[in-house]
Design a protein around this ligand. Sequence first.
Ligand code: PEP
Length: 253
Amino acid sequence: MRIPMIAGNWKMNTTVAEAVALVKEMRPELDQIDNVDKVICPPFVSLAAAKELLAGSSIKLGAQNLYFEEKGAYTGEISPLMLAELCQLVIIGHSERRQYFHETIELVDKKVQAALKVGLKPILCIGETPRENEAGKTEEVLSRQLSLTSEQAYHTGLVLAYEPIWAIGTGRAATGEQANQTIGFIRRYIAKQHGREIAQSVRILYGGSVTADNIAEFIEQPEIDGALVGGASLKPSQFLGIVKQTSEIKRVK
Ligand code: PEP
């Protein structure tokens, strides 16, 4: 059985004071919801405060990025060892990092390996651009993005997030059926690479303009195990709505 997961990617939003207020507001209700792994990913500077506020709760903490070296002369970077003290998960290869910071497939894989080495669970993001989508290259792009991911990474609990770039922050979500089909393809690709058991056990989230109004459409699909949520994760009533619906819908199935 794959436990559903809802992860909130706060991106470069919230000061420390704002993050503290948001965590305080969401914690009581979020903590009560079962049958879903609940994750919030605030900016680096708020992780320590969020960790303290979430102590003793069922809510997990994630970072939004990391560097692959453990320490040294890499001014401005944050290492896996630093994060391992603060959180349990880390988003890697988000399309904004691939696009604006030129992260390559090779760099993304180094980050995945570095995270796993210190016991951080990667949420590895993959997805095609609008142009690739229109050219019918979605499957080719996703296969390439997954080509370096090792069997060991899946065994250690790596989570995948399929995020079509044309759906991120645009308000133009994929349909549940579209996302289910593509995630089905991802599972078949992983089955070919590493076997059916791994393909069936890996959690694959959908991401791209998910809200409390459309989450049900995704969660009702059999291949989709949850969501990586950007904009709506900053609004407590939206995020709580998404998590609650996920818990209920996946419980019935
Ligand atoms: C994201 O940042 O991963 C994301 C899916 O953003 P949004 O929900 O705002 O589209």
